[in-house]
Design a protein around this ligand. Structure first.
Ligand code: ATP
Length: 359
């Protein structure tokens, strides 16, 4: 219908009601997801959450048990991988070891029977794109891990696919190369404007690279949002805990905005259901403010860690005995004379709190 066409404008991939079972085990449960044209999306979650299975379903490598996948208005649900429009890069380099860099990149093009000189030109363009001009004659074994992944990326992009699928492409690389290649891939993706889905279990990678993050857990989507949305407004305790550091404090609701933490009363900006017996208050360590003892919740300093850019302070709240972590500027730590065993105040700004149901 006309309405559907208008609604779909700008959507590259649409997944509806997708379920994947392996025997009795449900790896993905009723997944709905729309990915926009040109978007960089990360599937993020702990091991076994189903992120690789979802990527493989999109590629046709692990056909879904139920549900639909539509790419650019075309239902691809039942198409074999070779009839779908994507390029893919795997975690382990998966280059052909007996082929040169040139032949690895040209591999996807050969099937299109491109003319020899056109192919040479195209491979040269692709290698320039991934910063490997001049490596045409080398064999994979002569390349570093990062270079091999760049060749894999060039090969995946050779046929100008509408969709680029990246299955943990950086996780086998050492930290320095990983961070460098991260920004290279991001810049390349932005330049080409190719819709990209990357699977990762590394939250920092997802926060740094994604336009939107799909947080998964136990075969379902917990939250979809920009890195800032996910970090600032986690939709569930799972997301709050999985992304970044988070304090959780067990509280008793009291009135509309009140919370009771041991003997002390706190104000909270978020509404909570007053019927709840208990709630979990979540607050990021960097949002906790340390102050004079009578200006906040009384807290004992158990441990101070110098982390270069800031201090990580482990505290125990005296009223409830609960643990609290605060990240404070080195300068503030000096001003407060931070010292193990001392007692001071911890302020929890109402606007930085999130409330979740008790477990
Ligand atoms: P990881 O980061 O460890 O790869 P993941 O989130 O990518 O985790 P998947 O590989 O998608 O997880 O697997 C999701 C679940 O499905 C896991 O519990 C896994 O054991 C199961 N699974 C995956 N492939 C198969 C298979 N071929 N047969 C049976 N179970 C499978």
């Amino acid at each position: 219908s006309v309405h559907a066409a208008v609604a779909d404008a700008g959507i590259h991939l649409e997944i509806a009601g997708l379920t994947k079972r392996y025997g009795q085990f449900t790896a993905l449960r009723d997944i709905d997801l729309a990915i926009r044209e040109g978007e960089f999306v990360c599937f993020l979650g702990p091991s076994g959450c189903g992120k690789t299975t979802l990527l493989r379903a999109i590629a046709g490598l692990a056909p879904q048990s139920a549900g639909r996948i539509v790419q650019c208005g075309r239902d691809i649900s039942r198409l074999p991988p070779q009839a779908r429009d994507f390029g893919i890069v795997f975690q382990s380099y998966a280059l052909f070891p007996n082929l040169t860099v040139f032949d690895n990149v040209a591999y996807g093009l050969r099937n299109r029977r491109d003319e020899r000189h056109l192919m040479r030109q195209r491979v040269a363009e692709l290698l320039a794109l991934v910063d490997l001009t001049g490596s045409e004659g080398k064999y994979p074994a002569a390349l570093s891990g990062g270079q091999q992944q760049r060749v894999a990326l060039a090969r995946a992009l050779a046929t100008e696919p509408g969709l680029l699928l990246l299955d943990e492409p950086l996780s086998a690389l050492d930290a320095r190369v990983r961070v460098h290649l991260r920004s290279q891939i991001k810049a390349l993706q932005a330049r080409l404007g190719v819709t990209t889905i990357m699977v990762t279990h590394d939250q920092e990678e997802a926060l740094a690279m994604a336009d939107r993050i799909v947080v998964m857990n136990h075969g379902v989507i917990e939250q979809v949002g920009t890195p800032a949305e996910i970090y600032r407004h986690p939709a569930s305790a799972f997301v709050a805990e999985f992304i970044g550091s988070m304090n959780f404090l067990d509280c008793r609701p009291e009135g509309g905005h009140g919370l009771r933490l041991g003997e002390q009363r706190l104000d909270c900006a978020a509404h909570h259901c007053a019927d709840e017996e208990r709630v979990r208050l979540a607050i990021r360590p960097e949002a906790v403010q340390l102050c004079a003892q009578d200006e906040g919740l009384s807290a004992r300093v158990d441990h101070v860690e110098f982390l270069g850019a800031f201090l990580r302070v482990s505290l125990t709240l005296e009223a409830s005995g609960q643990a609290l972590t605060a990240d404070v500027a080195v300068r503030d730590g000096e001003r407060l004379g931070l010292e193990q065993g001392m007692t001071l105040g911890a302020r929890l700004p109402a606007e930085a709190m999130r409330l979740f149901p008790s477990e």
